[in-house]
Design a protein around this ligand. Structure first.
Ligand SMILES: NC(=O)c1ccc[n+]([C@@H]2O[C@H](COP(=O)([O-])OP(=O)(O)OC[C@H]3O[C@@H](n4cnc5c(N)ncnc54)[C@H](O)[C@@H]3O)[C@@H](O)[C@H]2O)c1
Length: 272
């Protein structure tokens, strides 16, 4: 149940595809905390997803937008302000897709048209979203913008493929835009580096089952779930984190700081 942490706050949530999506769980939690929002996704995904069901549950309107299209984004931002009755307090960018991963092309055999498309969708789109908000002066002071990322931006996970490069770029955009958004508009920009999570995007990564099981055994607190991530995002949208900006925040049960765990050692030695 909610604690009204986001009472009176308005925003946009990108990327709720189905009930497993991190954005789906976030929309549910933001609603419980008293926030109101517009839901958006790529027009092609809306036909597949069950976003209408989520919209009904959370009293949200849906505005389709391809996050790579400046025109769609400008329309989304202005219509959202109209619908919500003013400027925005929070935005969640929960978008990722690699064509190389989808087509089974390895990192050493990229097709660069695929690479460019995946980069545009997964990384540059974050800049496009923020530039659209910035130019429309759409954010209230002390607003909060969050994007989702993965630790492959810092350390190599071979099957994460070109998404690793996309995430490194995304995290850099958060810092760079965070400077301007902070200085000019007192808005914070952060990325959450989330544990492997069983969603459509997550399960698209080759060897995902091994990947998530390994992370579970390596993390002192266990993997963070999509709901855990939604809760963390709520805290970043709330007024309790006003001076946190330009950060990449690991949300992974301690995985990123763990060298090895007893469970993993036991796998190799057979000891208890
Ligand atoms: N699942 C994981 O293991 C994991 C771990 C760390 C970070 N993340 C990140 O979390 C975010 C959300 O992914 P998820 O795991 O909830 O999976 P998901 O598949 O549910 O969400 C990905 C979303 O991106 C949307 N999208 C794709 N192309 C788009 C476009 N052109 N315009 C607008 N939207 C578009 C999809 O429609 C979908 O809703 C992604 O950035 C992902 O990389 C996921």
């Amino acid at each position: 149940m909610g604690n009204n942490l986001l009472k009176g706050k308005k925003g946009i949530i990108f990327g709720a595809l189905d009930e497993n999506s991190i954005a789906w769980k976030t929309a549910e939690r933001v609603h419980e905390e008293g926030g109101t929002f517009v839901l958006t996704n790529a027009p092609i995904a809306m036909r597949m997803g069950q976003i209408n069901e989520l919209a009904k549950k959370t009293n949200a309107e849906i505005i389709p937008a391809d996050a790579t299209s400046e025109e769609d984004l400008a329309n989304l931002v202005s219509k959202s302000m109209e619908i919500l009755g003013g400027k925005l307090d929070f935005v969640l960018h929960s978008i990722g897709m690699s064509v190389n991963v989808r087509k089974g092309r390895q990192y050493t055999d990229e097709k660069y048209d695929f690479t460019t498309k995946g980069w545009d969708v997964s990384a540059l789109s974050f800049h496009k979203v923020m530039q659209s908000l910035y130019k429309a002066d759409a954010m209230n002071e002390w607003g909060s913008i969050v994007a989702l990322t993965y630790m492959a931006a810092q350390r190599t996970f071979p099957d994460y493929n070109d998404m690793a490069d996309n995430k490194a770029y995304l995290e850099s955009v958060a810092r760079s835009f965070g400077y301007f958004f902070g200085k000019e508009k007192k808005v914070r920009v952060n990325t959450i580096s989330q544990s492997p999570t069983p969603t459509t995007a997550g399960q698209g990564v080759k060897g995902f089952d091994g990947f998530i099981a390994y992370a579970e055994k390596m993390s002192p607190l266990g993997n963070a779930t999509a709901l855990d991530c939604a809760n963390y995002t709520v805290s970043l949208f709330s007024d309790l984190t006003r001076k946190v900006t330009m950060q990449n925040l690991f949300h992974d049960g301690g995985f990123s700081m763990t060298g090895v765990s007893q469970e993993v050692i036991e796998k190799f030695t057979g000891e208890d």
